[in-house]
Design a protein around this ligand. Structure first.
Ligand code: BES
Ligand code: ZN
Length: 896
């Protein structure tokens, strides 16, 4: 043992995809028995195990995972052997280590009974079994089941689960697990028990248990084939008025999946439970989804349009996992995007069908551009299917999720809706009940459609955002327009050179009146008479020739954002303005406005840095006015079109991100627009008064959105009249969307009302944790100076607790990740604050700590002074003893 250096002890080990091998033992059935008490829960697990015939290993050692478990007893009973005695194992029969239990010399078929003890109350990592506001709940994905019992904790071991829960009857009248309730009864000492059976084999990461005193709102859904499914939403009693929206969204999701993907639900009941302490948004446990209360509870007085919208998407997402994830699951965690990328694509399509497709697409692309592109260009860049990890929790990323969804979307674009549906039907049919890989998914798509996607697989293998350059030529004589496209992808960590991607690029051509030209494309991907077509860029450089084009056209490129790429060829502002006014593709019209704004912002930043006076381009003001006053434009879309690119997106476009200049220039432009268009903004603000009760529908949402956008510009004028309008809106609105819009504006600007409004808001909502999270977030993102001081003092507020992830995200997360200008304060105070918070959180909840350090991930994109300070803080974190794998992996890769 003396050869072990301290380094090799503290450096966690890397897991590689290339080392995958099938499980040596399979588990056919699991019988779990939980005796629940807050500080000591006893778990008895009875596993029916057999040697895996597909395993080539001839070892007879059974290796189980386990973490933070107290082992009480193990017995083993061989099956089918003459002397099938029940044997109680002693220490000489197994090797118990920190995170594993290896039982030596096991037979081919046997029953293993393991009893362990755990302490749910002490579990602040919120993985495994834990307590949240007086209820027991579980979170097992990805590797939380090993904190409940010793088990082969990997998704390719699938078993039938039977679960019995015993608990105090008064405190925990509701006892839930996956599948169907098969039995229940009372026992002594005021305790009762319930047994649940899940008829579908599943990996242990989909196991769930809930015990609490909960209100239940019920509903029913009848499937296309006539089966009745009982729907149950369990919430704390105080939230019983917040159930309606989620149940409606659930029914919408069930119908949509039948109609769009031919997927019916497969159990007689579907349960959702809302919990207050949750690391993520929600979890798709079979038949028993567990949700962060912020992602399921809604009422008009307490929830914004954005909340309602997010709830719809996430209810859909977790429900859709029942097929894309549960019925067909992942072979190993490297395949995570197989379920997450596909399911995000599914929830995006669902939201798009339920609401405005263009607005949904803009939201999706914004996530990609604001977060994924920078990840893909930074130290944590990884392929959609990673090849290695230290801690899998760190790979629930925008790359695996959102770029993964884009990759599925590209397949959809290449195959068309019908072809894609044939492919997905075949995927679900072939692999029902299996744990599979990305290749299985792509193969199903290929073989149903007679298409070769082998080059396309590079999207799964290679990290980095491809850059596209284009050049055009027009031959008036021959009436021929030629478009040349070129692709390039920069190196990413571990991938020096890249192979060419297979990139679908949707294009259209416009004449000088903005009318669509019909396309006549010669060559391989011919299309003729179409209004737009999908070019397939496969080579490094490729030419596309369009015939019968009678005038020099204006190119509308990458319509609907048909591939997750960056177009690097600069276009003249006049062309962007033309497309901003005329492109019939809603997404591209919005995009042209964003590009135009970005171009102006970047040149003003240069002026600002040179100390010159700033002047806003008149043409831009005019283009903005036209959009503002265009009454045929959908309000929600208009509101999007009037927004400037975010500070973080602008920062990504700069070689060295000068966050002060970015902030100042962005505000300068907003002020100029407000000055020039004050009357138009006020007219538009006043033209909508939504009377009647709050409703979550596209029309009302669009009106609220455009009104609040107008108000936000008007507030840039620092005029007492608008402060008053804001206060009026704050006081008199019947819905949280308008209240919070007004309050954030008041908190963002210096005015006499802000402190009073903040105080009265707190007074009114102190009983509602989710509303108080908004109160924290508004203050953390205020652009007024001294926000960090405010954040620090709010950490001592009685409503704040560092043990609750929603509170941490609202206050610390929003400041460090959502208040770019102040987090990057050149005095380094933001950086020091983040480092301190990461270190204290890491001891409680490593997943949440690891998410926060993303504030440092782009440290190389800042000036020397900031780089140095960020690096010092990263060094400080990495030198800390007892760091979690989660934080260690991110910090070491960020520094590498
Ligand atoms: N399976 C995940 C939840 C999860 C992720 C649990 C990582 C444990 C570790 C779930 O399906 C999911 O992806 N949820 C997302 C929301 C969704 C709408 C993208 C989340 O929780 O953020
Ligand atoms: Zn998911």
């Amino acid at each position: 043992m003396d050869s072990l250096t301290s380094e090799s002890i503290s450096e966690p080990k890397t897991i590689f995809l290339k080392n995958y091998s099938v499980p040596e033992y399979l588990v056919d059935t699991v019988i779990l028995d939980f005796d629940l008490t807050e500080t000591k829960t006893t778990v008895r697990s009875e596993l029916k195990i057999r040697k895996n015939p597909a395993s080539e290993s001839n070892s007879s050692n059974l290796e189980l995972n386990g973490q933070n478990l107290k082992l009480i007893a193990i017995t083993l009973e061989a099956i089918n052997e003459p002397s099938s005695l029940v044997k109680t194992l002693t220490e000489s029969d197994y090797l118990l280590e920190n995170e594993s239990l290896v039982i030596s010399d096991v037979p081919e078929f046997f029953i293993l009974i393991i009893t362990t003890e755990i302490n749910p109350k002490e579990n602040l990592a919120l993985e495994g079994l834990y307590l949240s506001s007086n209820m027991f709940c579980t979170q097992c994905e990805a590797q939380g089941f090993r904190r409940i019992s010793y088990f082969p904790d990997r998704p390719d071991v699938m078993a039938l689960f039977t679960v019995t829960i015993h608990a105090d009857k008064q405190h925990y009248p509701i006892l839930l697990s996956n599948g169907n309730k098969t039995d229940s009864g009372d026992e002594g000492k005021n305790r009762h028990w319930v047994t649940w059976q899940d008829p579908f084999p599943k990996p242990c990461y989909l196991f769930a248990l809930v015990a609490g005193n909960l209100y239940c709102q019920q509903d029913v859904f009848t499937t296309a084939s006539g089966q009745n499914v009982d729907l149950y939403l369990y919430v704390e009693h105080e939230n019983k008025h917040k159930c309606e929206h989620a149940l409606m969204c659930l029914k919408q999701s069930m119908t949509w999946d039948e109609e769009t993907f031919g997927r019916e639900y497969d159990l007689n009941n579907f349960m959702i439970v809302a919990v207050n302490d949750f690391n993520m948004g929600a979890m798709e446990n079979k038949g028993l989804n567990i949700f962060n209360s912020s992602c399921v509870l809604a009422s008009p007085e307490t929830s914004t349009d954005a909340d309602y919208y997010r709830i719809q998407g996430i209810i859909g997402h977790e429900y859709f996992h029942n097929w894309s994830g549960n019925r067909v699951t992942c072979r190993d965690w490297f395949q995570l995007s197989l379920k997450e990328g596909f399911t995000v694509f599914r929830d995006q399509q669902f939201s798009s069908d339920m609401n405005s497709a263009a607005v949904q697409r803009i939201d999706d692309v914004n996530i990609l551009r604001n977060a994924q592109f920078s990840q893909d260009a930074g130290p944590m860049a990884h392929p959609v299917r990673p090849q290695e990890y230290i801690e899998i929790s760190n790979f629930y990323t925008v790359t695996v999720y959102n770029k993964g969804a884009e990759v599925v979307r590209m397949i959809h674009t290449l195959l068309g809706n019908k072809g894609f549906r044939k492919g997905s039907d075949s995927y679900f049919k072939r692999h029902d009940g299996q744990a599979v890989t990305v290749e299985d998914f792509v193969n199903a798509m290929e073989s149903e459609n007679n298409i070769d996607l082998s080059q396309f697989m590079n999207w799964y293998h290679q990290a980095g955002t491809p850059k596209i350059e284009f050049s055009e030529s027009y031959d008036a004589q021959a009436k021929r327009y030629t478009l040349t496209l070129k692709q390039f992808c920069a190196a990413t960590p571990g991938q020096e050179t890249k192979k060419d991607f297979h990139i679908p690029i949707r294009v259209g051509l416009l004449n000088s009146n903005g009318e669509t030209l019909s396309l006549d494309l010669s060559g391989e991907d011919s299309c003729s008479g179409e209004q737009e077509c999908v070019l397939e860029l496969k080579q490094n450089e490729q030419r596309f020739t369009f015939d019968n084009i009678s005038e020099k056209p204006v190119l509308s490129l990458l319509r609907g954002f048909s591939a997750p790429v960056k177009i690097t060829t600069q276009r003249p502002r006049s062309e962007m303005a033309f497309l901003f006014a005329n492109d019939p593709d809603d997404f591209n019209r919005w995009n042209a406005g964003q590009e135009l704004a970005l171009d102006i912002i970047l040149s003003l930043i240069k002026e600002h840095q040179a100390g010159h006076d700033l002047k806003l381009d008149k043409e831009y003001v005019n283009a903005f006015r036209k959009t503002l006053n265009n009454s045929s434009l959908d309000n929600a879309l208009k509101s999007q079109a009037l927004g400037l690119p975010s500070e973080s997106y602008i920062a990504d476009q700069c070689h060295i991100a000068d966050t002060d200049a970015i902030h100042d220039v962005r505000i300068f432009i907003r002020q100029q627009l407000a000055k020039n268009l004050e009357a138009d903004l006020l007219t538009l603000y006043n033209s909508f008064t939504i009377s009647g009760d709050y409703q979550f529908n596209a029309k009302d949402m669009g009106q609220r959105s455009i009104r609040n956008t107008c108000l936000s510009y008007l507030m840039e004028l620092d005029n007492a009249d608008y402060h008053k309008i804001c206060v009026e809106q704050f006081k008199n609105s019947n819905n949280m969307t308008d209240v919070i819009a007004a309050l954030s504006l008041l908190v963002n600007h210096d005015n006499e009302y802000r402190e009073n409004c903040l105080a009265s808001f707190y007074e009114q909502w102190q009983h509602d944790a989710l509303v108080i999270d908004k109160w924290f977030a508004i203050q953390a993102t205020s652009r007024l100076p001294a926000t960090l001081e405010r954040v620090k003092s709010l950490m001592n507020h009685s409503a704040f607790t560092i043990k609750n992830p929603n509170k941490v995200r609202a206050l610390i997360g929003r400041f460090c990740l959502g208040n770019i200008a102040q987090f990057h304060n050149s005095d380094g105070s933001g950086y020091q604050f983040l480092a301190e918070q990461v270190l204290s959180l890491d001891k409680l909840n490593p997943q949440i700590a690891a998410r926060l350090i993303q504030g440092f991930s782009q440290w190389r994109n800042y000036n020397d002074n900031r780089q140095q300070m960020m690096k010092q803080n990263l060094d400080k974190i990495i030198s800390e003893d007892g760091l979690s794998k989660d934080v260690y992996e991110i910090v070491s890769k960020t520094l590498a």
